[in-house]
Design a protein around this ligand. Sequence first.
Ligand code: MLT
Length: 404
Amino acid sequence: MLKANQDYLKLPGSYLFSTVAKKQREYQEANPDRKVIRLSIGDVTQPIAPAIIKALHEAVDEMGTEEGFHGYAPDLGYEFLRNAVAENDYKARGCEVSPDEVFISDGAKGDCGNIQEIFDKDCRIAVCDPVYPVYVDTNVMAGRTGVYDEKSGVWSDVIYMPCTAENGFTPELPGQKPDIIYLCFPNNPTGASITKESLQKWVDYANENGAVIIYDAAYEAYISEAGLPHSIYECEGARNCAIEIHSFSKNAGFTGLRLGYTVIPRELKAGDTALHALWARRHGTKYNGAPYIVQKAGLAVYSDEGKAQLKEQIAYYMKNASDIREGLKAMGYEVYGGVNAPYIWLKTPGNLSSWDFFDRLLENAGVVGTPGSGFGPSGEHYFRLTAFGSRENTAEALKRIKEM
Ligand code: MLT
């Protein structure tokens, strides 16, 4: 009998950001004259930097010539980009990562979601709570999470590591033993960062317990404080226990271009199996590579011109972050994040539920954010705003929030 994948049917509701977008659409249809300001999904708003646009144009022109035409990209990505990643994101930071350990992809979201495929179905995952929903949802789809309890919002077979104001939104080592640990720092959604010393504890824990850390470093370019780790490979022993995932979306505005990469060190093993070989096999079988023109655009991110322009772009968003943070504080809100990350995590006033505050903000201020409870049970009574809006919209949103 033909049957749909039963694990997909276990997923509660729709994907968080789809639900938020649907509510925004419905509100806009009912209030066509109201300008709604979107500070919900972490989608960038500033135009692609000129150095990257130039590289795109050149690559497009190349594709129209006999000698410059490129068909399928190499499985693991073009060498020019893998070399640039290894050189700039790792060697320059004193980390040991070779170009052939870098797997280029069409974005970090896909990698975050797909990486679980190379692990056994019986592996136990541990996630921060609140957490970027992709880590949990994709494990639900793979049948790895057990039974969902609607009331508490938790899965029976997932180890949750609460991140609260009390622990500075950095998780404690888990009481139960996980096989796969998802960590994201600077954090989405709380905007919290982790010190190298704390991250080292996780690396030591994973090595002692035979676990793998999947480290999502999508927001590392937003670190403003000195001494914080930009990569897990800054920690000793991380090559034996960590996979790192990077995005070009947040540091270089590629949300619409799509580019990312995953690093799997050669020595990283699950039992006797080298995970590098498994991920390479998966790439080879299921993937034909990110487009040549986009990988060329990615290379421009590492040019001197590109670096200077992107530094300015990040500063632009981080000014928004500081305006939101300070603006909300002055209004009496309890606010976190926004210093080393483009997300501001605020406590809802009067202990309102996250979704009640979402409705209040939308109806009274015409501002869309993301309810904290959508990221996990410990996100209840919290709310996330992004710094990725334009300066004008961010200022207008703050003005409206103040007046509501
Ligand atoms: C978010 O808003 O959490 C992110 O933009 C989602 C993503 O990067 O996929």
